[in-house]
Design a protein around this ligand. Structure first.
Ligand SMILES: CCCCCCCCCCCCCC(=O)SCCNC(=O)CCNC(=O)[C@H](O)C(C)(C)COP(=O)(O)OP(=O)(O)OC[C@H]1O[C@@H](n2cnc3c(N)ncnc32)[C@H](O)[C@@H]1OP(=O)(O)O
Length: 204
């Protein structure tokens, strides 16, 4: 039985821009959000965080929770080392960022990371499986506040990494305007990916 997410695992830093201000509220789960238990898959096959085509990527495939939460697993591979036999910290931050990013699906609006704070509580050896959980802590305007934790040794194991984030909702043009043109063209030519992207077509 996985441990319930708790703010006690991520103590508040009142001055942090990633902590919801008093005026933030918990947004509703979007009617179009994937049903609880749904595998969210990859938003882009070459994404370092979730893309199945990326040779060294994390291949995170999160599962929608019953509320404003997701879970995922990530096994650290040799290509993810920083210190010998240990996961690189930036890589672990990427795992948190990717898991937090999948919360987009629950609100059904694209959002990008504006700020991401990570606490590394214990070393993570190569071969370890991290049990990730992310949840929305509030929203105000285009700002989505969220938190995440990665437990080691099982879903109820000790927290090895925790994070707090501020995501900013954007329009799909954020990607088409700023992405490298040749990659955007390929995306626009991919009917499956475009169908997935269109499900996001809303005005934040
Ligand atoms: C076609 C394919 C589709 C694929 C879709 C799925 C992709 C999913 C990918 C997921 C992959 C995983 C995820 C990834 O890795 S996403 C990749 C990493 N992130 C980025 O590349 C984002 C880069 N930054 C930007 O593009 C802009 O700065 C954004 C869009 C974020 C805001 O610029 P914009 O001009 O739009 O808005 P604004 O500047 O008026 O700010 C708005 C409000 O937010 C507040 N604020 C902003 N930043 C910060 C900050 N750092 N701390 C505190 N506050 C901050 C700001 O004060 C303001 O507050 P207020 O004045 O309203 O109170």
């Amino acid at each position: 039985m996985p441990a319930a997410p708790s703010e006690s695992a991520a103590p508040a830093h009142p001055a942090s821009p990633a902590t919801p201000p008093p005026e933030a509220v918990l947004p509703p789960r979007a009617p179009e959000a994937p049903a609880p238990g749904t595998r969210l898959g990859s938003h882009y096959e070459h994404c370092f965080g979730c893309g199945p085509q990326h040779p060294a990527g994390l291949r995170i495939d999160a599962v929608a929770g019953t509320g404003l939460d997701v879970t995922a697993e990530f096994t650290v591979r040799p290509e993810h080392q920083g210190g010998p036999g240990l996961a690189h910290g930036g890589l672990l931050t990427t795992a948190m960022d990717e898991t937090l990013g999948t919360l987009n699906w629950l609100l059904h609006v694209p959002a990008v990371t504006g700020r991401l704070e990570t606490d590394f509580l214990s070393p993570v050896p190569v071969g370890s499986t991290l049990h990730l959980r992310a949840w929305i802590t509030g929203a105000h305007g285009r700002k989505i506040y969220s938190a995440a934790e990665a437990r080691i040794g099982g879903p109820a194991g000790p927290v090895a990494v925790r994070a707090r984030a501020l995501f900013i909702q954007v329009k799909l043009e954020h990607f088409t305007k700023h992405g490298r043109p040749e990659d955007i063209e390929k995306v626009l030519d991919d009917p499956d990916l475009m169908q997935r992207a269109r499900t996001f077509e809303v005005n934040p």
